[in-house]
Design a protein around this ligand. Structure first.
Ligand code: GLU
Length: 443
């Protein structure tokens, strides 16, 4: 059975690049009907913080990345100590006297007795990798019996947890030969390795917190969908082949293979991420869309739209206008939803189409428009019928000259959806009344 793990150190919030290793290990385990473990590598007491661990757990839950077990490395200390003792006993490690390099520094550490040989391993992504470990010398594996360091802890934990596949970032490649030597020394099996390509910024430099790697919870708060982040991250170094790119988690699990992981760096691109988000927003059911919208619209707007029974009707319009839900909040703040529920007020001159500043002509056209719209039976009132009925007149008298004053009388704004959309949402009666108000202002 395949067992993979994600082994983050809780030294920062989980970011869009860091979570990629979790997603790949998760996809592989689920594809193989195996197990996926989360191991919080919290042995470094000074740098590990509870809030970061909480952030990691919260982010994975939000992304719907479930694990079969959760471990804390710090809870395995006794086991690490006993392994260290055994290594000292059988001479694969030793207590080494040190000359402290700084005041108060250690006078004793535990070093690995390096057999100084060539280590070769096969990486699923990168093929055969060999490294002469004699350059490493007798590297330190613990500060003391109670203070194991990274390599020892990882090797012992992977063994104890039965990890079969270590899927992690390429920055760990140089650690692997050391870890293989330790496995051999303690009699642990060597797992299969797959090192994922580096994630690069658009300028091809390594992605870092300073360079645009936002945390998962920041994206959540910006109104990104977990499905979009998951989908986008799955494509950071992997592609199922073919044209299609938008997949949900189940579809990704079905398609995922380690063999398709690329060697070369994966470019992280905010624009592409926004595209994925828009695609996944397009796939939300109206009910799910409304659930998200509710988290981002102001209470007043929400109340006004609910009372006017307009929330559902506005879903296609809102969907069309956003790439993330925070943009909905922005549109709301700019009053972009107020004119659906409240008759707008504006300055009369704004009704004029460009240089067409004759109030009488504008008024006449609005009157004619109103007559045409009045002829539509209430039951037939919808975007298509309103457009089809008015269109011949708009063509005849000039589209801008007819549609601008109409749109402005309905929204009171320079920018808004077209008048047919607004008319269909506010209904026949309100449309006719708003045109009357405009005609009155022009008199
Ligand atoms: N704790 C390590 C890190 O945060 C990961 C160790 C591993 O995946 O082997 O980078």
């Amino acid at each position: 059975m395949v067992i993979t793990r994600f082994a983050p150190s809780p030294t920062g919030n989980l970011n869009i690049g860091g979570v990629r290793a979790a997603i790949f290990a998760y996809l592989y385990a689920r594809h193989k009907k195996g197990k996926f473990l989360l191991r919080i590598e919290d042995t470094d007491k000074e740098r590990s913080k509870n809030e970061y661990e909480e952030n990691i757990i919260e982010s994975l839950a939000w992304l719907n990345v479930s694990y079969d077990s959760l471990f804390h490395q710090s809870e395995h200390l006794e086991r690490h100590t006993s392994v260290l003792k055994k290594m000292i006993e059988n001479n694969t490690a030793y207590v080494s006297k040190e000359i402290p390099t700084e005041p108060g520094g250690r006078t004793e550490v535990i070093r690995f007795k390096n057999p100084n040989r060539m280590v070769v391993f096969n990486d699923i992504v990168r093929g055969d990798i060999s490294m002469d470990t004699s350059d490493l010398g007798d590297f330190v594996i613990a500060k003391s019996l109670e203070e194991p360091l990274f390599h020892l802890a990882v090797v012992v934990d992977d063994w104890d947890e039965g990890v079969t596949h270590v899927i992690r970032g390429e920055d760990h490649i140089s650690n692997t030969p050391r870890q293989i030597l330790l496995q051999e020394a303690i009699g642990a099996p060597t797992p299969i390795y797959a090192h994922l390509p580096l994630i690069l910024g658009p300028d091809r430099s390594k992605l870092s917190k300073r360079k645009g790697a936002k945390s998962i919870t920041e994206y959540r708060d910006m109104g990104y969908l977990p499905e979009a982040i998951f989908n986008y991250d799955a494509f950071l170094g992997w592609h199922p082949g073919g044209e299609e790119e938008v997949f949900n988690q189940t579809e990704l699990i079905e398609r995922f293979t380690l063999e398709n992981v690329q060697k070369s760096g994966a470019i992280f691109d905010e624009v592409k991420l926004a595209w994925f988000n828009r695609e996944h927003i397009a796939r939300l059911s109206p009910e799910a869309f409304i659930e998200y919208a509710k988290q981002f619209l102001s209470t007043e707007t929400l109340e006004a739209l609910t009372n006017a029974n307009l929330l559902e009707k506005l879903v296609p319009i809102m969907r069309e206008r956003i790439q993330n839900f925070a943009e909905l909040r922005e549109l709301d703040t700019q009053g972009e939803f107020s004119y659906y529920t409240t008759r707008p007020s504006y300055e009369t001159e704004r009704l004029f189409w460009k240089t067409d500043t004759d109030p009488i002509k504008t008024s006449e056209r609005l009157k004619k428009t109103q007559d045409i719209l009045t002829s539509i039976p209430e039951d037939n009132w919808c975007e298509t019928i309103v457009k089809e009925t008015l269109w011949p007149y708009a063509e005849e008298a000039g589209r801008g000259a007819v549609l601008w004053p109409l749109r402005y009388s309905l929204s009171g704004r320079d920018k808004s959806p077209d008048p047919f959309v607004i008319a269909s949402i506010i209904g026949k009666n309100e449309t006719i009344q708003r045109i009357s108000q405009a005609i009155k202002q022009l008199a």
